[in-house]
Design a protein around this ligand. Structure first.
Ligand code: ADP
Ligand code: MG
Length: 233
């Protein structure tokens, strides 16, 4: 409806604004961190703890700023035809060491496949990273994460299935809202940013979850056929 459209336009504007501000904050933050570190080398007894806290708080601001930067809308020229299976391979490889430490097996059912999507590679990688990280964080005791890629009705479906804690029904609508988190050290930005990136790709993202059983995240993207390519551009 008209109202929904306006809502989505508003979100885009706010996203652009947030990304712009994040960009401006990054430089002063870097110099701040440098000087705090410098103090750290010259620390007196009793100050070490404060400097440690300052550095970890600066890192936290840095993380948030880094996430907000991802809200910047990509240019049309940033889009290219890429193999989704290679993108997933790269992201899973990146997470493998952490997964091993956490007793998590990532079963990649699209390894070696070839599915063309028209995308901004780094942003799509970020989406997969956000979703997989959430899956891992939902399984403190370990378990399996399965990743599937299929073509359905001219679209690509990426499915991430975990065996984690699940999301209570009443929380489902909140997942993806700015700053909604159930984690002590969460930012509550990852899913919001994933939604925004998937939206920029003319795609769609869906959650299904059962408490105690696990969560399934489906991401639909247009297939990079010549026709789909035109709609993306
Ligand atoms: P964060 O990870 O910083 O909390 P996100 O936006 O990535 O922020 O996720 C928001 C919330 O959604 C999480 O805190 C968690 O409660 C819930 N969530 C997202 N993905 C999953 C998942 N795979 N399993 C369980 N809960 C999830
Ligand atoms: Mg997250």
């Amino acid at each position: 409806s008209q109202e929904l459209l306006q809502q989505s336009e508003k979100l885009k504007l706010v996203g652009e604004l947030a990304a712009g501000i994040a960009h401006e904050i990054r430089n002063p933050l870097t110099s701040l961190k440098g000087f705090v570190q410098l103090f750290g080398y010259d620390k007196q007894q009793g100050q070490a703890e404060y400097i440690h806290i300052m550095l970890s708080e600066i890192d936290r601001i840095n993380d948030i700023v880094g996430e907000l930067l991802l809200l910047a809308k990509p240019n049309k020229s940033d889009f290219a035809r890429k193999n989704l299976c290679s993108i997933l391979h790269d992201v899973i490889t990146l997470l493998q060491p952490q997964a091993n430490m956490d007793n998590i097996r990532i079963l990649n059912y699209c390894e070696g496949g070839s599915i063309p999507v028209y995308c901004v590679e780094n942003k799509l990688k970020q989406v997969c990273l956000n979703v997989l990280k959430n899956a891992m964080e939902a399984m403190p005791e370990g378990g399996n994460i399965s990743v599937f890629c299929t073509e359905e009705e001219g679209r690509v479906k990426i499915r991430f299935q975990d065996e984690g804690c699940g999301i209570p029904q009443e929380y489902l609508p909140k997942v993806g809202q700015v700053f909604f988190t159930t984690k002590e050290k969460g930012t509550g930005l990852g899913t919001m940013i994933s939604y925004s990136i998937v939206d920029n790709h003319k795609g769609e993202m869906r959650f299904a979850s059962e408490v105690g059983k696990g969560t399934t995240v489906d991401i639909f993207l247009p297939l990079a056929s010549p026709a789909a390519r035109e709609t993306v551009q």
